[in-house]
Design a protein around this ligand. Structure first.
Ligand code: WT7
Length: 629
């Protein structure tokens, strides 16, 4: 980092943070800039390969890039087996606390044992390399076990967030053609039970491909078990099929690891495909440097494993680094707003990585709650999911980090698999900015015509060179992959975000420029919410938009046109909100639904959500020349 004077509100890391850091910043940035492939090859060499790659980056078939071509590896082997020959064998890999206070921990040895056994169970259920398995669970350790067991035998996992509901689950099972569904009898959230098994049963009535359902007992309340189809995890794990026979599948670096559905501009959610080799190298490297992972650390990523943050930084990244990952089942404020701070004290957490919405939510309860706990073990903090407002940043920095923990504001996406714009421990910070691209990455901000914008001007954020953990395609839809990400500007990846860059080269994310809505950091699509609304008999047409919300960042507002014969009543509006909750999940429930007679449309019939939004905010809608009337 040069010593040039930075503009604005700047927070410098302490000498101690800089001197302790894994990343010697200047060296890393210089190396990656000078020899990009060499940089990634050096990182890859720290991991285990059954057979070494012939080529680091193969760009012969753009934009279908390949990394570590002809390399053979297995990400699960690198998460578990490689640690068994050292003192890490008996180190904790995973610590888990349930919302009800239950506690479990797994050493690397124990986690390996369970994953290996469960992988054999999956094989005996007929799961082969390349088969898809849907995982729909609460935040429990068996979720990580299920993911790792799939990876181990080369099956492709598709985790569906436990906050999603019937239709969202059905759609994802169908699209991935999963053979097996792994779920729980229920999940605890805010002291209540989310009926995961009941939702699964309903979704399976609509989905045809699943032949076996494995059920983890979490709550122990009564549920329906379908004979011949549904089996308890604990029963299976006590049968001879759950043997200790080794079963690691040698995977090609480019073999599929998982699908993760995410919302796009239009239509159905799309399945983002990540692979064993590049994703492994990307998550390993970024976590190691950005969160400065040390052997003795306890790392807590408070996201849900059902989203990419949890995949990369609760499960894969931490285990690849041989660090202890902490997982908490429930809500941050249950039963009191001190729950998180209490656990940081109890387990001696060193690094906390969360989202702005959680920080804002906890901040409103005041300083007294965190102040009652010893948070002095914290060394680094992190945030992700949406832009963080400087007020929340400063509270996090001061009250939680005691002005000694740098905040890693990491910008990335389901598609990128790993951090893309992020500080390093040595980077001077500006509240609200993700600072700079990770070493070696070339990013830019362009105008409509593809010219770089001037400093402090807004434009489209693009990525100009490929990176190892990048998505490989959209499952079953390579055309959409090309069209969605690589067609606006020649040879560049379009992020869908707008951003500015200041005079110091620091990036400031503004938000999505498409119809993706971020509610509490969760990514949803206008189109999905609309289709959930029109699946109700009373609704003919619907439009969903995002409006600012103090805690959630954004809240969903919906406009509906009723079918003739239906009248607007409060009961009907409430029923529609519930219907969206039932079909998509509670996070997708609109804050507000307005019944209207017409919706603004283009002459070709596309709903102009931007006009609705401008009207709701009382601002100028901009160019409306395409408006039909
Ligand atoms: C979108 C991707 C990657 C983990 C979580 C979200 C927004 C993400 C930041 C940040 C400002 C951010 C962007 C991005 N976003 N991180 N640090 N600052 N905005 O993954 O669900 O795929 O969402 O989240 O809009 O495009 P995702």
């Amino acid at each position: 980092m040069s010593n040039k004077k930075l503009s604005g509100d700047v927070y410098h890391p302490t000498e101690e943070v800089i001197n302790n850091a894994n990343a010697k910043c200047d060296e890393l940035y210089n190396f990656a800039e000078r020899d990009y492939e060499g940089f990634w090859a050096k990182e890859a060499e720290e991991l285990h390969w059954f057979q070494k790659w012939n080529k680091v980056l193969d760009d012969s078939n753009k934009p279908f890039f390949k990394w570590f071509t002809d390399g053979k590896t297995n990400i699960c082997y690198n998460c578990l087996d490689v640690h068994l020959d050292s003192a890490r064998r008996n180190k904790l890999a995973l610590i888990w606390e349930g919302e009800d206070g239950e506690f479990k921990s797994f050493s690397y040895f124990a986690l390996h044992r369970d994953v290996n056994k469960f992988a054999n169970v999956l094989k005996s259920l007929g799961v082969h390399k390349g088969d898809r398995v849907t995982i729909y669970m609460g935040r429990v350790p068996e979720l990580a076990i299920a993911m790792l067991a799939c990876a181990r035998i080369g099956a492709v996992h598709s985790v569906v967030y436990g906050g999603f509901s019937v239709e969202a689950l059905h759609e994802r099972i169908d699209d991935s053609e999963s053979k097996v569904l792994i779920t729980c009898d229920g999940a605890y959230q805010r002291g209540k039970i989310i009926e995961l098994k009941q939702i699964s049963d309903e979704a399976l009535q609509r989905a045809a491909t699943v032949s076996s359902v494995v059920v983890i007992k979490r709550t122990g309340h009564d549920i329906n078990m379908e004979p011949g189809r549904d089996m308890w995890y604990h029963d299976l794990m006590s049968l001879p099929i759950a043997s200790n026979d080794e079963n690691v599948e040698m995977m090609d670096a480019e073999d599929p690891l998982f699908l993760l559905y995410t919302s796009g501009t239009t239509g159905k959610p799309k399945a983002i495909l990540h692979v064993h080799g590049g994703y492994m190298v990307g998550t390993y490297t970024t976590l190691k440097y950005v969160f400065d992972i040390h052997e003795e650390d306890r790392f807590w990523c408070a996201a849900d494993p059902g989203w990419i943050t949890g995949h990369s930084y609760i499960v894969y990244g931490p285990l690849l680094n041989g660090v202890t990952s902490f997982m908490y089942e429930g809500a941050p404020t249950y039963p009191y707003p001190s729950r998180w701070w209490q656990m940081i004290e109890k387990y001696g957490i060193n690094i906390l990585y969360t989202a702005p919405t959680a920080i804002r939510g906890l901040m409103r309860f005041g300083e007294a709650w965190p102040k009652r706990h010893d948070l002095s073990t914290l060394r680094l903090l992190g945030t992700v999911g949406e832009p963080i407002n400087p007020e929340a940043w400063k509270w996090y920095y001061k009250v939680i980090g005691n002005e000694k923990c740098p905040i890693m504001d990491t910008w990335w996406q389901t598609e990128t698999g790993m951090f893309m714009i992020t500080p390093m421990p040595c980077t001077p910070l500006k509240p609200g900015s993700g600072t700079l691209p990770f070493p070696g990455l070339q990013m830019d901000i362009l105008d409509e015509e593809g010219n770089p914008v001037k400093a402090n001007e807004e434009g489209f954020l693009v990525i100009k060179n490929p990176w190892p953990a990048m998505l490989r395609t959209i499952w079953n839809d390579p055309d959409r992959y090309v069209e969605q990400y690589w067609s606006k500007y020649d040879g560049m990846y379009l992020t869908g975000d707008s951003a500015k860059r200041d005079e110091d080269g620091y990036y400031w994310i503004i938000g999505r420029v498409d119809d993706v809505i971020k509610v509490s950091g969760y990514r949803l699509g206008s189109a999905e919410i609309e289709s959930a609304l029109v699946s109700h008999p009373a609704v003919v047409e619907a439009a969903a938009i995002a409006l600012p919300h103090e805690i959630k960042g954004n809240a969903i507002h919906a406009y509906v046109i009723l079918r003739s014969g239906y009248k607007r009543t409060d009961t009907l509006v409430e029923e529609l909100r519930k219907h969206v909750g039932h079909e998509m999940g509670p996070i997708a429930k609109p804050e507000h639904i307005e019944v209207v007679d017409s919706l603004p449309k283009t002459r070709s019939g596309k709903i102009m959500r931007r006009v609705l939004k401008a009207k709701a905010l009382g601002v100028d809608p901009g160019n409306i020349s395409t408006l039909a009337e």
